[in-house]
Every structure is written in C-alpha cells, then in structure tokens.
Design a binder for this molecule. Structure first.
Ligand code: SF4
Length: 455
C-alpha cells in the first residue's frame, strides 16, 4: 500500500527547465560527476545513455560543500507535451498515471477535491509507485467531506497534504463583505482567496500535478482538455511560465465509468454522493442535482452555466481579448476584476506614469508592473508581486502598477517598452529612462536581486 510518508525519488531523477517552445520542456538528470570532473565540471561529458540507477534524493543537488560529491545536470532529452498528449490520448488512466509518476516521482502530486477524484488515488495505488496527495481546505467544506478525507487517509495509509487559505486575506474578505458575498458579486473573489492562492502556493512546490478533470464535466470549459499539458496558469518549482505540467489521466473517461471503477475497486466515497451531489466543492456553493441535470448545475448555480471555473483550471477558459477595453469575454461574460490589490502597491494613472517618465531626479526609485488583469501570466505573478510590495513598504522603494491594456496599449508599447504582459520596469532615482526587467522569473527573490542591483 502506498504511503505518502514513505515517498522516495523516482528511478529516473530529473528536473525540468523551460524549452523555447511552450509545449516542449527539457529534462535534466542530476547525477554525481566522476572524480576527475569535479574541477572544471563543465568539461565533463555525461554519457548519452539515460542512467536508471537507484533512487537519488533531490537534496543532493544542493550539496556544495567541498567534500560532498559533485553533481552535474545532464540533458537527457526534451519532452514535447503536445506530442505526448497525442501519443497517450487513448491510453488508459492507469497507464497515464503510471507515466506521470514515473516521470516526476516526488515532484508531482494528486490534487484531491474530496469527490469522485478519489479514483486518481486508486489508480496511483495500482501503479505500485509512491505518490503524494494534496487538497485545498477552504474552510467552507461540508462536514461529510472532512469525514471522507479522514476515511481516505486511513484506507490508503497516507497523509493528505492540506493547503489552507491565508488567514489575513480571509479575514479581510469576510470583514469587508460578509460570509456570503459570492451570492451577490460572484464566486471569483472568494475562490481566489480560499482556493486559487493556496493552490498557487502548493504548486510552487511541485513540477507537475495530477487532476481529475474530465471532458464531460463542463461542456463550456473542459471539452478540449488533453491528458497532459504544460500548465500556463501556474508556476512550478523552477518558476516562470511553462515550469509546471498538468496531467489529466481521466480526461477521456465518462462520469459513469469512474463510478463503475470506484464500485468495482470498493473505494471509499464521499457520503454526499448518495444524497444527490455529483460535483462537490464548498458547502455554500454546491447543491445536489436532479437525475438528468448536468453535474455542473450543482455548482455556483446562480451564475452563467458555461463559465463555471473557480480559477483552478482557468486555462480551460477561452479568452477573447480583442475588444481592446481591458476586459475579457469568457464565453460571452465580461470579467475585468482588478489584480495586485494591496495598499503597498500604488495604482498609477496615465498622468502618474507620464510624470514618472519625465522626472530626472525622483525622490525614490519605483518598480512598476505593466499589466492586464485578464492576463494569466500577470495573475500568476500576483502573489509574489504583492509579497514583494509588502516587503519593500517603507524601505524607500515605491512599488506601482499600471494597467496597460486596451486604450493604453499603444502608449505603453511606444513609451514604456511593453512587449507582452506582464512587463516590469524599474525607474532608478537619477535616470529618466526606466530599465526593463529582463527575466521570466518573477518570484520575490529574483525581483529583489534586480532591484538591489539597480537602486
Ligand atoms: Fe468561496 Fe464558494 Fe469558491 Fe468555496 S466555492 S471558495 S465558498 S466562492
């Protein structure tokens, strides 16, 4: 029986770096270099054959003490995930799960919602490989779901790695808008605080994740999901767009077949299913459906039927950004909720940023992100930019944002070096021309090094 506490590295230890094409990711193997390669290790040419040695722990990568064995990264190939998805399109969920666990070992985890995606855990068990499971405890789940989590842990002998929302953010939301604001102004804000941000934190610890998404769950948003894809909505361990892979082993399985599988394997199931619940989420936002009703009709039933994604799988939503007004049409629904909302970030108007451009001698340096709230890369860097702004608050470096889509885009392209969203600019104290942040790594430490090098 697989145990999360007894996870070891995979047979093939590897890490990933982004390839130039978004569907392609380079694989590296971390290996000990031969003794004669420890000085001038770049000259050591690793054997071209993929070594299948005993499991090695990733921590060895950080072993930089002189006496420790030297380690090198050996390119062992590139994975084109679009091609892999085509190749595995007709593979069984078990084969897909096995491939995912084999490729990513301890750097991958199953996202478990507390519903019929327990099938994923059963498939992982059947592979015989070690596996990890994480779940988002939003604080608003049904008591039955918590009992189910406990039953699953006991059945599989695992510990689910729970992620919780940030207490300060929940407090701010509930104190300002009440406990049920989602019924009035939509579920996006609450889901962002209770689900998306905790998920973002969780995924930063992995290189890949496994979801229970199925094509038949939502005709509006899930009809085209592949069995594996580069996840462009979130960042993985290495940071940056393309650093995370998403596996959807049951993408092509129908709901009734999942249920046949669960019954056959005698797997514990959430007791809410026997009360008419199909898709299960938070208690206030989930209700039973009648026979013949689509399962997504039991989620956020007061909102548009085709745009029901809580943000965990927002890359499924087709964005039409051609209206030029800084809004996004999501299957006909217009969304433009702003991001980077904290008092530590100054929202700059066109006049404000024009003034910044004119000043030769500023009182303090500024870091400004040019963004569009609908841009998934901007959303992906939101938490790190907010954290950075809060760190820099009171240190003499101002942090700002300028919404540069729509009518502002031509100006931003011409005057502010906007190429794509997000573009980050540093306005030093004594120079008029801003310096563009050159990297795709948008974590707090990388941005801080950039600022410290220039301030
Ligand atoms: Fe909030 Fe409902 Fe989203 Fe749960 S499903 S996070 S309660 S809006």
């Amino acid at each position: 029986m697989a145990s999360a506490s007894a996870i070891s590295s995979p047979t093939i230890v590897h890490s990933e770096r982004r390839g130039r094409q978004i569907g392609t990711v380079k694989l590296f193997e971390i290996v000990a270099a031969p003794a004669d390669a420890r000085i001038g290790r770049r000259r050591w040419a690793a054997p071209p054959v993929l070594a299948a040695g005993p499991p090695r722990k990733r921590e060895s990568v950080a072993a930089t003490v002189t006496d420790a064995p030297a380690v090198v990264e050996k390119v062992i190939g590139e994975v084109n995930y679009e091609e892999l998805a085509k190749e595995m399109e007709h593979a069984s969920p078990l084969a897909i799960m096995d491939r995912a666990l084999q490729m990513f070992g301890n750097d991958i985890a199953i996202a478990f919602s507390g519903a019929e995606d327990v099938a994923l855990i059963e498939y992982a068990r059947l592979t015989g490989r070690p596996f990890r499971v994480f779940s988002l405890d939003t604080g608003r789940l049904n008591p039955e779901t918590y009992q189910f989590f406990d039953a699953v842990e006991k059945h599989y002998g695992i510990r689910i790695e729970y992620m919780f929302p940030d207490a300060i953010e929940v407090q701010a939301l509930v104190r300002s808008k009440g406990l049920f604001s989602f019924y009035e102004d939509g579920h996006q804000e609450c889901c962002r605080v209770r689900k998306v941000r905790p998920l973002r934190r969780a995924l930063k610890g992995f290189r890949a994740w496994i979801t229970g998404q199925r094509k038949d769950q939502s005709p509006g948003t899930r009809a085209n999901i592949p069995v594996v894809q580069v996840d462009l909505s979130f960042e993985g361990l290495d940071g940056g767009a393309g650093s995370l892979i998403k596996w959807n082993p049951v993408a092509n399985v129908e709901g009734k077949d999942i249920w046949n599988f669960l019954r056959t394997m005698d797997v514990p199931v959430n007791p809410l299913h026997s009360q008419g619940y199909v898709s299960i989420g938070c208690e206030p936002c989930t209700r039973p459906v009648l026979p013949g009703q689509h399962e997504r009709e039991g989620r956020w039933w007061w909102e548009d039927a085709k745009a029901k994604e809580c943000g965990l799988h927002k890359a499924n939503i087709t964005h039409d950004v051609g209206n030029g007004k800084g809004t996004v049409a999501v299957n006909g629904v217009s969304h433009s909720a702003d991001i980077f909302n904290t008092r530590a970030i100054v929202g700059l108007t066109r006049t404000g940023i024009e003034n910044l451009l004119k000043l030769e001698n500023r009182k303090e340096p500024w870091l400004v992100v040019l963004y569009a709230p609908w841009c998934q890369f901007c959303q992906a860097m939101e938490s790190s930019y907010v954290e950075l702004a809060e760190k820099l608050h009171g240190t003499g470096v101002k942090v700002g944002k300028f919404r540069a889509d729509g009518d502002q885009k031509p100006f931003a392209k011409e005057e502010l070096q906007l190429g794509s969203f997000p573009t980050i600019l540093f306005f030093p104290k004594h120079t008029s021309r801003p310096i563009k942040y050159p990297s795709e790594r948008r974590d707090v430490d990388s941005l801080l090094s950039f600022i410290n090098a220039l301030r």
